[in-house]
Design a protein around this ligand. Sequence first.
Ligand code: FFO
Ligand code: ATP
Length: 223
Amino acid sequence: MTSKDDEPEAPASSVCYLGEPTDPDPRDPQAVALWRRGERARLRAERMALSVEVRQAKAEALTRHLDTFVASRLGDLTGRVVSGYWPIKGELDLRPWMTALHERGAMLALPVVEVPGTPLIFRRWSPGLKMERGHWGIPVPPAESLQMTPEVSLAPVMGWDGEGYRLGYGGGYFDRTLASLSPVPLAIGVGVQAARISSIHPQPHDIALSAIVTEAGLQFARA
Ligand SMILES: Nc1nc2c(c(=O)[nH]1)N(C=O)[C@@H](CNc1ccc(C(=O)N[C@@H](CCC(=O)O)C(=O)O)cc1)CN2
Ligand SMILES: Nc1ncnc2c1ncn2[C@@H]1O[C@H](COP(=O)(O)OP(=O)(O)OP(=O)(O)O)[C@@H](O)[C@H]1O
């Protein structure tokens, strides 16, 4: 007869980390890159598993927190340039907020990969604008749209940490863009609360965002 004592003990790590991948050595860029690839796949699968209704409820809750935060930092947005994003791959759809801002007199813009491996540019958008298919199949405003520099820039996050760092799709586009813009915009990471990771293990090229907002509220903000 077997007793409980005969059963092999689970290693402590499987209890503590609940099957999450082990953190890489942050000094080893290749290990970090490999770990990020795994985290992106895990977080993307989790996000895709959310129903459309749940995702929409999260987007609505997030929008309320975002609106409050932006108003607290900038006040009235009339005439200000705000960049959003066209949702892909299960990203939260904040287009209703973009439309509301447009109606309140803000100028909206969307990011465009004009040249792969270089900073994003931003083209003016307004509700109903006919879009073109850009790099990676992402819909973008057509080339004749006015190019603008955002004062507020939304960055959809695949993952995020408590220090304001973002995990995206692995192109490095947002980091490159923030490094190139002057003045630096109020860069707000937006995504689901469940995509929080303890650290993205920031590398020299990673630039922390100004704030992170999820459906649960403001999670991080620099003074
Ligand atoms: N909706 C939305 N639009 C957005 C962004 C976003 O995150 N979400 N971006 C935010 O930045 C920019 C596009 N970001 C991109 C990021 C990666 C790749 C890409 O080619 N990824 C490759 C892997 C690259 C690599 O590992 O070197 C791939 O997955 O095949 C393309 C666009 C601008 N528009
Ligand atoms: N300022 C930069 N200059 C040159 N290369 C950069 C810069 N920022 C990032 N990169 C390159 O981009 C690669 C991917 O970066 P990272 O893992 O941070 O992507 P990401 O933030 O998830 O992507 P994205 O912003 O496109 O969604 C890195 O290996 C890095 O070499």
